[in-house]
Design a protein around this ligand. Sequence first.
Ligand code: ADP
Length: 498
Amino acid sequence: MTRVLFTTSELYPLVKTGGLADVSGSLPAALKTAGVDVRILLPGYPAAMSQARQQSATSLPSLQVGQYEVTLWEIRLPETRVPVWLVDCPPMFDRSGSLYHNPEGHEWWDNAHRFALFARVAVLLATGSAGTDWIPDLVHCNDWQSGLIPVWLATLPQAPATVFTIHNLAYQGLFDHDTFRALGLPDSLWHWERLEFHGMLSFIKGGLVYSDRITTVSPGYAREIQTPEFGYGLDDLLRHRREHLSGILNGIDTDVWNPATDRLIAKRFKSGQWNKKALCKRSLLRETGLTNDNGEAPLIGFIGRLVEQKGVDWLLEVMPGWLEKGCRFVILGSGEQHYEEPLQRLAEAWPGRVSVTFGYDEALSHRITAGCDALVMPSRFEPCGLNQLYSLRYGTVPIVHRVGGLADTVLDPEEAGPDQANGFCFSSPGAAGLNESLGRALAAFSDKPYWQRLQANGMARDFSWTRSARDYQLLYQSILPDHVSDRLYPPYGGKHHA
Ligand code: ADP
């Protein structure tokens, strides 16, 4: 049985800031069901350690990692059989504030040290030096926080194979040269073909240069990141590694996101039970203080981080026009103040038509997903995107920018047949494109049988993890026999000596 160590800085339901947590909370369980012996490695943040106490977890003997004493606690991922090892190092991870930011919202000053320590522990585990009798055949690393793991493993002759998954190329883990020195990385790595990136240390380059395989979370995004427009300066490296780069679409947790069993929504429903979905809409309108208009006015939702990536500025530009026509909007998000303020002003200018909730609210996100007619995702780029998958499953028609995973999953009637079409896409970035697709969507909304067909098509799609897990398993199998001889990628990377 293939043994995989899955290293992640977020894990639903313990700690989450974004989609990485959802993937980490679902993919390992699906891999386990498919016969992979998978274990997760996660920093011992306070929420994770409190779970360890609840589960009366047992610990392994302590490790000395540089100046720090580290204890590994073994718990189970709630509701699954997947073991999770928590890297308990209180000076690094026992902090209030968020995972990567202090309570003032600034990045923790020592993030490089925190995730270098995390990587060191992964390397000890991966090489059998952590006192465990379980040694992985492969380490599956995720995002920049895991970026140094393939780097250090590449120096070791008997190291396991490595897969590095990009969940969002925009977050790269960039630090200055002093940090590079303080981490004790060898000078040979300060090179543009290795870890140096425009005068900075790049953690993500560690993963991109030194891992055996690179994946990202949709085929569309795998293609896009090889272009200057979406490559964040790394497109050249990614093109160089294109034979080792692939996209595997994320699944969703179909138990947590199931309109037929969801206890967080007003009325549970299946495809075709549109009267029950209408009750969800009515209840959401009431909860958010929006006027009902006999349920006839279209209700459009937005859930997500209020950052440039998500196209909030485009949405702000088009909302007034649609509000005048009677649309209702319900917005849930948290993020940058220069988006929160104009949203707040819109809500004040349009009482009964716009509801905004700032903050993170899992339960409300379920009720919005269930109660809206349509969900808008005008992201500038979107590696996979989860909200459109959730909304498809809840018969809520997505309206999206045709990028990344959105383009792979939302099928517009202009390109897909009547049995396939499930949403609306716009291709040209900007408010005009969004406006045009909103116009087409709202015209379709007034034709009930047609709209219901779109809803039913979306609800019929299978976005379970089973399919994605099989693709990852095939990928693992494809590298295990030959990964060691495969390690050199001239002119990028190559083995270095510590
Ligand atoms: P990203 O990882 O870029 O934030 P994704 O669509 O991949 O975007 O995943 C975001 C996840 O976080 C989804 O599960 C979404 O429902 C959830 N989410 C984002 N913002 C909020 C919020 N304010 N309240 C509740 N859930 C949220």
